[in-house]
Design a protein around this ligand. Sequence first.
Ligand SMILES: [Ca+2]
Ligand SMILES: [Ca+2]
Ligand SMILES: [Ca+2]
Ligand SMILES: [Ca+2]
Length: 227
Amino acid sequence: MDYYKYFFVLSFAFCTYQCNDPTFQTTELDISKDGKPDQFLHMHSKLKLGTFLETDSNQDGITDDFSWLKADPNRKENTMLFYNELKTKDQVIKQTWYGPGNTKLIEKTDEDKDNYLETTTYYNRFAKPQITKGIVARIEIDIDKNDKTDIWLYPGVRMEKDSDGDGVADCLNKDIMEIQKAFGLENNLSSLQSLLCSKFANPNLSFAIHPEQIKEERLKAIIPFKL
Ligand SMILES: [Ca+2]
Ligand SMILES: [Ca+2]
Ligand SMILES: [Ca+2]
Ligand SMILES: [Ca+2]
């Protein structure tokens, strides 16, 4: 978690710096074409590069979508995304980190809307822009908000759980239908938590403990371990 804090401090310092610096200028865009600007690209005046993009995605006059990027307005196809954050009512509801080629690396979300981003999605190498299917390698959920994963989901394959709270996966459920049903419910966190789980006869078979065991390309996350 220190990584995230470090990143935020850096990002915040960067934003504060650029907002106060006359070498940065803001370009306003009217994406929704209603005559009011709803997107603000903060550009480095000399480099002519966009570094920070704010968007009011729901047209309520308050920006809610923030991207840290490197964007040349004349070569939009070369835009590099680094990080995106979505907010609602001043609460962060989603954070996404990107890698080379704007491939999604990690996404943190608040599924139960309690202002704690308990769900982390780790993407595979197929998570390129515009691709939405087959890109999730695993999902980790920290149900009790102690920064230790309680549930690991490997889509279409298995769920692993930490049943004794030591942060180490110790049991397994491979009933895909049951897992998918629980995951689709509104109270999916508690539904997943209540599913039965069988102790590992051999902990070496755990994907969470031994991601090197994973053979299927789709299930290989770019970042194999919890950050
Ligand atoms: Ca808004
Ligand atoms: Ca939450
Ligand atoms: Ca936990
Ligand atoms: Ca455990």
